[in-house]
Design a protein around this ligand. Structure first.
Ligand code: NI
Length: 467
């Protein structure tokens, strides 16, 4: 094309001719620039669209994550603290209920510690743990088409504090130690029922024909049958409360049979007394009682009583009978009433059930072995007795007899004073407290007997005394 000379233009000189020849370069440049601008615009737009799409995706993801996390935490908030709370209530109830049943500190303390730890964990309630999450703001870097997307801040609930695992561990610790206490409680309940049944069985067999009301024996038989059924189920075979109720039923039925037996024995003795002309319901009676022997003075007392033909009641201390069995036997052979005053003279209310029982049973044994007589009367040392001791005494076959006239011979150790107090204080029905371990007391006895007889009193043993 450049080889062909252009025709001369009518209006243009030689300079105009040159400019006309390069016009297309300008057009090409314009086209190129325009094309570049269009291309740049297309690329920028694509990039923006992609950025917006990422932004929208992040926002959506953020919202989903927040919702999912909230749902999870809401479930945690309900389940884990509630599980722990329930276990704590059960543990606390068990700890309180097992007091006096499960004594071993090694069994109880872990539960107390686990409950304390659970309380500490729950003290401030359950809080939500949160985290701030941000989707960055977006700005379109195009001055001709400005656009933005705002930054999005979301508070995401990530969990709870204390953590579910902490709450669960605390609950497991309480549950595990509670199981140990519950097992020990079951064992305690079983042992208690077994002990009651073991005590009740011989009372039932040995009381045949010795009660006035056969109903007490029928009730004991029924209580024992129920206890046997539960015992056959083994430890934990029946609820603790049932074992306790059955144990109490056996115990009170055993006590009722013994009470009946003791009342019948007493009535028979009174009948015998009436047959021999002694009836304290119509005659003025006084019972002389001697505690704490046999001692070195007791044989002398036996001589005095023999000379005066006076029956007395001896409340014997078991270990003194062990030391002087022949004296105890002589008292029995002389027709005196032998009674139980414990093995070594403790305050019975301060002892536990087993210790009380041992005090009474050992003494019964030693007296029976020495004399052939088994006492059915108990005087607790110091007159120290309560319902519990009385119940144990009854179930050991012993009726509690105290006194109503204290000569204070142990304190004054004065023969005249002892005699004066006994004689001046005497009323029909007096049970006079004396101690045959003091020589001053033995010296006072002949005078007491003479004075009381002079006043018309009949001297009897405590079981001949009117109720
Ligand atoms: Ni005493």
């Amino acid at each position: 094309m450049t080889s062909v000379p252009d025709p001369p233009a009518p209006h243009a000189g030689p300079a105009g001719r040159g400019r006309r020849g390069w016009w297309w370069v300008g057009a090409v440049v314009v086209l190129l620039v325009a094309g570049g601008v269009v291309l740049a615009g297309v690329l920028e737009h694509r990039s923006w669209v992609a950025a917006v799409a990422r932004y929208d995706a992040q926002v959506a993801e953020q919202a989903d994550a927040a919702e999912e996390s909230l749902t999870r935490v809401e479930a945690q908030e309900v389940v884990h603290p509630a599980t722990l709370a329930a276990v704590v209530v059960t543990g606390r109830t068990l700890l309180a209920a097992s007091e006096g049943q499960v004594e071993d500190p090694a069994v109880r303390e872990p539960l107390q510690s686990a409950l304390d730890a659970a309380d500490a964990l729950r003290e401030n309630g359950v809080e939500r743990a949160t985290e701030e999450r941000t989707v960055d703001a977006l700005r379109r870097p195009n001055p001709f088409r400005p656009a933005t997307r705002p930054a999005r801040h979301v508070t995401v609930v990530t969990g709870i504090s204390p953590a579910p695992a902490e709450l669960d561990d605390a609950a497991s610790a309480v549950a595990a130690s509670a199981t140990t206490v519950a097992d020990a409680q079951q064992q305690w309940a079983f042992d208690g029922l077994q002990a009651a049944a073991t005590d009740g069985d011989p009372v039932l067999t040995e009381s045949a024909g010795l009660v006035t009301d056969e109903g007490t024996r029928t009730a004991l038989a029924a209580a024992l049958a129920a206890a046997r059924t539960s015992l056959d189920a083994g430890v934990g075979g029946v609820p603790v409360a049932q074992s306790v109720a059955e144990r109490d039923a056996v115990t009170s039925a055993t006590e009722a049979v013994w009470s009946d037996r003791l009342a019948r024995t007493l009535e028979l003795r009174r009948q015998q007394a009436r047959d021999s002309g002694i009836d304290c319901t119509v005659q003025p009676c006084v019972a002389l009682t001697f505690d704490d022997g046999p001692g070195v003075e007791t044989e002398r007392l036996l001589q005095v009583l023999a000379e005066k033909h006076v029956p007395a009641t001896f409340f014997l201390v078991g270990r003194n009978v062990e030391a002087r069995p022949a004296v105890a036997r002589a008292a029995a052979e002389a027709g005196h009433l032998l009674a139980n005053h414990t093995w070594d003279h403790p305050q019975l209310t301060t002892l536990d059930d087993e210790e009380v029982r041992r005090e009474l049973e050992r003494t019964q044994e030693v007296i029976t072995n020495a004399t052939g007589q088994t006492p059915d009367v108990l005087r607790p040392p110091y007159g120290d007795v309560d319902d519990r001791v009385r119940s144990i005494a009854t179930r050991t076959g012993l009726r509690v007899v105290l006194w109503n006239l204290d000569t204070e011979d142990w304190r004054t150790r004065n023969t005249d004073e002892t005699r004066r107090r006994a004689v001046e204080g005497a009323r029909p029905g007096s049970v006079v407290l004396l101690h045959d371990i003091h020589a001053s007391t033995i010296d006072a006895v002949p005078g007491i007997i003479d004075d009381l007889r002079a006043q018309g009193y009949l001297l009897v043993t405590v079981d001949q005394m009117a109720p």
